[in-house]
Write a new protein. Sequence first.
Length: 298
Amino acid sequence: MSEAVIQALPSAAEGASRLASRLGLSVHTIALHRFPDGELRVTVGPAAQTTIVYASLDQPNEKLLAIMFAAEALRRDAAHRLLLVTPYLCYMRQDAAFHKGEAISQKVVGPLLARSYDRIVTVDAHLHRTKNIKDVFPGSEAEDLSATPAIAEFLRASGLDPSTIVVGPDEESRPWVNDLAGRLGLEYAVACKTRRGDRSVEIAFADPALFLNRPALVVDDIVSSGGTLTACAKSLTAAGAATIDAVITHALFAPELTGEFFRAGIRSVRSTDSVPHPTNAIALDGILSDALRKETGA
């Protein structure tokens, strides 16, 4: 039995292959068969002492079952240590019951994964009231990596106008906007966001004059419906921003929304490859491989 191997869900095969190349590991694509009634049959490749399951958990419901079934098969094949590498981690946003009768999905999904995996590695988990990713996975090791170093490296290489302002769409974005702006030596500003619904938000800036005739770079951890990004772009346009570009960690939005972003004044939308998407431009295999080197001996 080899010391380490990567097993990937089919939707994550490309990212897993890049990661395997960096770590010098072999990679196997997990086979999924759907029966007529929708049930899954999951077939893994040969296990190793340390086996990494690579799966980004966008569109998560079937994928959750697949990685649980995969863990069962790999344990029976004598995998001693199981790691889950999930660049996008699902069901983290619902960490409290906001209305009577609501389920708290984070409290279900976290322990479920912790029972099967010894270590979970993710990127910019969409946490709110839960401050430490380790609290999500009782009994397992867990790390929430920041995509900021990879984003900063990409932007530095692409060239930025030194007068660019890095923009966060809400107060929650302040830590990573501050971090990114510091790495790039740029000024930053954070908007005040008022949410009216899933697709309706209002964005305002304390000092709109700050953006007049200057490039704006909007940075967000997750874009799903696109309402926040669109509202932010409209506010920046009204403030007289010279250009507006957007960088996203997790692009969950339907690709056809890109046209709406352009109409709102956004010149370019680029995302990390945490979720396969037409806007992918920033690879995360560097930060992931750094986190896994001690496990694999690479």
